[in-house]
Write a protein that binds this ligand. Structure first.
Ligand SMILES: [Zn+2]
Length: 110
């Protein structure tokens, strides 16, 4: 079993992540969401899908394959549409991706 939020793995019998207070899912389900999950790392998180898509297209413009994983934040019941959007890239490309993301964030601030 794995926590879909913090991605910690737990032994069988535990159904809820003690850190995030959300239901665990099976590792199979989790890896069904992200192909070869272990080869991908999260380089950026946001609650804004437009920002995530913008980052993704910037990375793809630099020939870095990127994946958007969107997930309802069940740790905040009642908020409704709020979700955590994660941007993933392949581990070997993560350093380049982080440089690009930092660049974009800096440009936005200026
Ligand atoms: Zn957790």
């Amino acid at each position: 079993m794995i926590c879909p939020n913090c991605e910690y793995e737990f032994i069988e019998g535990i159904t809820e992540c003690p850190d995030c207070n959300i239901d665990l899912i099976s590792l199979d389900d989790f890896e069904g969401n992200v192909v070869h999950h272990k080869d991908w790392v999260v380089v950026f998180t946001t609650s804004d899908i437009i920002e995530a898509e913008m980052m993704k297209s910037n990375l793809e413009g630099a020939d870095i394959e990127a994946l958007i994983l969107s997930q309802k934040d069940r740790s905040l019941p009642g908020v409704g549409d709020l979700s955590i959007i994660k941007l993933l890239v392949k581990k070997i490309e993560s350093n380049d991706a982080i440089l690009i993301i930092n660049d974009i964030n800096q440009t936005n601030r200026e």
